[in-house]
Design a protein around this ligand. Sequence first.
Ligand SMILES: Cc1cc2nc3c(=O)[nH]c(=O)nc-3n(C[C@H](O)[C@H](O)[C@H](O)COP(=O)(O)OP(=O)(O)OC[C@H]3O[C@@H](n4cnc5c(N)ncnc54)[C@H](O)[C@@H]3O)c2cc1C
Length: 297
Amino acid sequence: MNVASEAHFKGKLMFDEPMSKHTSWRLGGPADCYYVPADLNDLQLYLASLAPEIEILWVGLGSNLLVRDGGIRGQVIAPLNGLRELYANADGGIYAESGVSCAKLAKFCQKQGLGGAEFFAGIPGTVGGALAMNAGAFGGETWNWVESLSLIDRFGQLLTRSADDFEVGYRQVNLPPQQWFAAAEFRFNRSAEDEASKIRQLLQKRNESQPIGQPSCGSVFKNPPGKHAAELIEGAGLKGFCLGNACVSKKHANFIISGAATRASEIEALIKHIQDIVQARYAVRLQTEVRIVGEAA
Ligand SMILES: Cc1cc2nc3c(=O)[nH]c(=O)nc-3n(C[C@H](O)[C@H](O)[C@H](O)COP(=O)(O)OP(=O)(O)OC[C@H]3O[C@@H](n4cnc5c(N)ncnc54)[C@H](O)[C@@H]3O)c2cc1C
């Protein structure tokens, strides 16, 4: 693959990097090339150096990704720890680069006396991933708070966009091809409430209802209109069901849990099995929220 010499860049370039190190399911084959930019300027230079035919995939914390066992052909861009600028503007807007973790954003906003960002505390992803997924929880949704965005294209050029330029829906956003989120400016509410205690309560609710601490990607399926995917899966008798080394969580039926020996192919087979059984029982085809990428082994 035609990749620019590592010596020219300040970031970290890795070859045949196991994606199991970068996904919350802790599985997936290797990426041909994996780049962690040092900062935004370094990323611009790196993207500009890449041959145009190279496929690019952005990966945040890999908390919504199933990477197949054969891995990823092409280039992974991993902004975590590289695109990490986070600050409040004089007018109260919050600027966050895409590699900032959602938990850090929530904490920062709480310390600024802002309300609305507390739902980010329990989302184990990056700002970039939250923008791409329109991540949400407990009634909060990422794009409710976005004012403007900085996009980067595959030639490393930065483009400024307003939130109104995007069509945003339930766990989906229409990002133009070959462009990615470099940063966003959020506008949250001033709050006189105890935001720290709200965050603690939301995290506690998660702990009570979700298998936190076990490898998963959160909710595997989107909720169909007017229904809860977890209830349909449970109603179809699949709570706790295992196919090979992949299991439906006993605590939350929309979570699939992996173990040390689990392969991505087993997760994918279990996803299809759940879709088939739920469809046979309820005439509803569940759609995946998790993004499935890469090649089969
Ligand atoms: C225990 C657990 C609980 C969860 N709870 C929730 C929840 O309550 N609500 C919820 O919405 N989600 C939840 N998730 C899912 C996941 O955390 C979110 O979807 C999160 O936003 C993904 O962020 P990420 O950085 O990990 O993205 P990744 O998984 O790395 O990537 C997800 C998608 O975003 C794309 N992407 C990543 N960064 C960028 C970028 N900068 N520009 C363009 N595209 C990009 C990727 O290419 C991929 O298509 C949970 C997951 C886990 C493991």
